[in-house]
Design a protein around this ligand. Sequence first.
Ligand SMILES: Nc1ncnc2c1ncn2[C@@H]1O[C@H](COP(=O)(O)OP(=O)(O)OP(=O)(O)O)[C@@H](O)[C@H]1O
Length: 595
Amino acid sequence: MLNPAKWQVWQDPDGTVQLVKRLLTENIRAYIPRYILAFIFMAMVAATTAASAWIMKDVINEVFINRDKAMIYTIAGAVLVIFTLKGAATYGQAVILSRVGNSIVADLQARLFKRLTEQDQAYFDRMSLPEISIRVGTGAGSARNVIEMIVLTLGRDVLTLIGLVAVMVVQDPLMSLLAFVIMPPAVIGVSLLIRRVKVYANRQVVSNAKIGATMQETVLGIRVVKAFGMEPAMRERMAGAVAEVLRQSNKIAALTARTSPLMETLGGIAIALVIFYGGYSVVELNQDPGAFFAFITALLLAYDPARRLARLNVNLSKGVVGVRLMYELIDQEPDLQQVENAPDLRVEAGRIELRDVQFSYGEGAALKGLSLVAEGGSTTALVGASGAGKSTLFALIERFYDPQTGEIIVDGQVIKDVTLQSLRRNIAYVGQDSYLFNLSVRDNIAFGKPGASQAEIEAAARAANAHEFILELPNGYDTLVGAGGGRLSGGQRQRVAIARAMLRDAPILLLDEATSALDAESEAKIQSALETLMADRTTLVIAHRLSTVRHAHQIHVMDQGRLVESGTHDELFEHDGIYRRLCELQFQNRIEAAQ
Ligand SMILES: Nc1ncnc2c1ncn2[C@@H]1O[C@H](COP(=O)(O)OP(=O)(O)OP(=O)(O)O)[C@@H](O)[C@H]1O
């Protein structure tokens, strides 16, 4: 026996209906009055379409059979009115729907970007840029398409069909029945035929993300690509992804195209049945030929809306792929949560303490029960081989991640218990290659303190030894620095980053010293700028310079996520342990030079 439950046509196995329901309830509410107006226009489109079929009856009976001259003018005038009205209504409906659609896209893009900025570091570790772009960039557009598809198909098309069916039923109920027998097989047939479109549409999105990823990597790494002659390899990678998309697109096209013969054949059957029955009634039973023509016009006009309605399911399935990706981002709760009614962090001395901190990025622990203290107002150097966990420690202090166990305490307050904003407001970070945005130098420095005055910005730049070189730039403080600060030299970038941190004037400074060698003059300028910056702050520095460790009040030596030695340079050097070996390896030349 047939078990309809198995057909899946009426079911919602992948949650499409659920998703569409959510999309509508969340996004349509704000625009109800405008949708009501759009529906009035749609009803006008439907009524005028039905009227254009209805009038065929008089065209045939009055003009062609009765040869009534006066009726020619009346009917021509009526047709003009009907089509003018239809044009006006279609215009009104299109304008409203596009405007509402544009607003929905704008709302969603703002909502998506807000959500994206709320995500924590772990999310960005997991996601590639193309994946994020697809979610934020195309999600809103897909949502708009799906909403429009539903509103137009369930509004205009259904209303039009109702109007046309009414015309048909009034003309001849029995003939209507003959025309409708093909409807159930058409809907079921189309749905069954193109069920698999969903699968290919999903795969297509994945392959598109691969194209984006290859493009991004090639552009970002273009120097390496060119220097190593990797252009053919990158082209091959791209060709693979493009071929994949092509395969999916062709499969979707083939599956979708299969519906045409089905619809044409079934449509042909319906029309043949109607012509047979209608022709017989007119010829043999002397029925009204005008009614027959009105009927057949309505039937032909019903074809397009009926086809769209039959394919709504599959078009929705294709459309919701982007919507699903969008909601995955919206629904992604950041792992890092702030406790309710958390107080702000109050920094006085700026003492930082790590108590038995255990942290893993996923596999293997990056920090294994790390305990250490950075005294307020002092400089604490972190030293350790690559991979020891120094950068991870910084990330935990800024609360980009939470440790699995253990606590990080600033001036007696556990950082998990205070607001994220206040924690980060009290910390300035200067990295080896701090990111600069493609904004003016001024705006990049002002990142440290939004709304800062020109005088404050200049003072920070002077303290960072950056003011002079900035004045020499083509547009001074208004010069755009290029994406990632690419139009500045490495040393200039660092000084702008230091100026940014100066302006922030936070009591805690996290500093990742540059490993790359700069020319002596540039290095001296950066060094003196950093010394100004470090004065009177709690500074934790990932040290790469002998002078830094020598001047540090305290050095913590890390090895494989653990604290292994602590003390001053002289104490540790005497001790002849890991630190001494690290020094000999890392700072060897400089130690010799210093002696
Ligand atoms: N985002 C990440 N996802 C997964 N593992 C990571 C991530 N960042 C770092 N790790 C791992 O955590 C460990 C500690 O890395 P971390 O960057 O903290 O070391 P480090 O001491 O700062 O090294 P370096 O001096 O080379 O910068 C390493 O084994 C590294 O592979």
